[in-house]
Design a protein around this ligand. Sequence first.
Ligand code: HEC
Ligand code: HEC
Ligand code: HEC
Length: 200
Amino acid sequence: MRGMILLVGLLWIAGSDAMLRAEEASYLGIAKCASSGCHGSVKLGNQKGPWDESPHSKAVTNLDGKKGKEYAAKLKVENPAESELCLSCHSTALGVADERLTETFDASEGVQCEACHGAGSAYLEPHKKKERVYENLLTLGLRPLKDVQQQKNNCAKCHGPDERYDKLKGSGHAEPNKMAFDEGMKKIKHWKDKPPGSVQ
Ligand code: HEC
Ligand code: HEC
Ligand code: HEC
């Protein structure tokens, strides 16, 4: 019995420690994740290529574009590129403490790798190793996107029905849930094979 309690205790400590590390992880930014030696290289699959082509890479700059300004004006939002409402979906790591934003992180780069995959500082080095174990990386802040439900939940943070959309009503901004998940996944595809559990 005592052994059991000890084991549960140890597991709890290990679990909360891992959670803490994931929560404290810092954002490295697109420059670090997708440099020419890493996910910007053909050798590693050049995930940066499709991202560059996707609207996610332009999500902040678009706020200052013609449409962005038009929607904002209707809502009496003066500066959309600085508005918390707009940036809460159009950027990465909004509201995260400054000490968790590294030098290479640039908020103007829109919906970056880490907006979906999780802040990278703790899993960066371990995930480069040949002998990496996926489950261990998850405890270091990598999001479990291999699971289709997790993929859906992740997209829904910005593409799902959301009370923030109520605040956009009347501005001409796209409706919530307009994106069909399967179609959306096809449009942002930057993985070799179909993600496990996915429809593609
Ligand atoms: C709840 C999340 C969310 C919020 C808040 C939000 N957006 Fe968006 N925005 C999206 C999504 C998702 C799309 C892509 C819509 C689509 O085409 O399916 C989008 C697309 C856009 C586009 C490009 C497409 C177009 O219609 O030209 C602009 C510009 C834009 N939003 C401006 C804004 C502005 C300005 C604000 C703040 C007033 C804002 N957004 C707030 C999620 C959001
Ligand atoms: C909008 C969300 C989103 C963004 C932004 C995003 N990813 Fe992904 N990524 C996914 C999903 C979903 C998958 C499929 C599930 C999986 O394989 O983990 C995936 C898969 C991957 C894979 C696995 C590739 C394979 O062939 O199995 C890598 C590596 C990756 N992404 C890197 C990146 C990098 C680097 C960036 C930034 C340039 C990025 N992702 C941006 C959601 C995103
Ligand atoms: C952090 C918020 C955020 C997350 C998470 C997110 N997106 Fe987006 N997405 C946006 C915004 C904002 C736009 C619009 C950018 C613009 O045009 O300025 C967008 C645009 C798109 C578009 C182009 C518009 C359309 O409807 O065809 C697709 C496709 C898309 N996202 C797919 C996905 C998928 C698939 C996922 C999940 C794997 C995902 N996104 C996760 C914020 C997000």
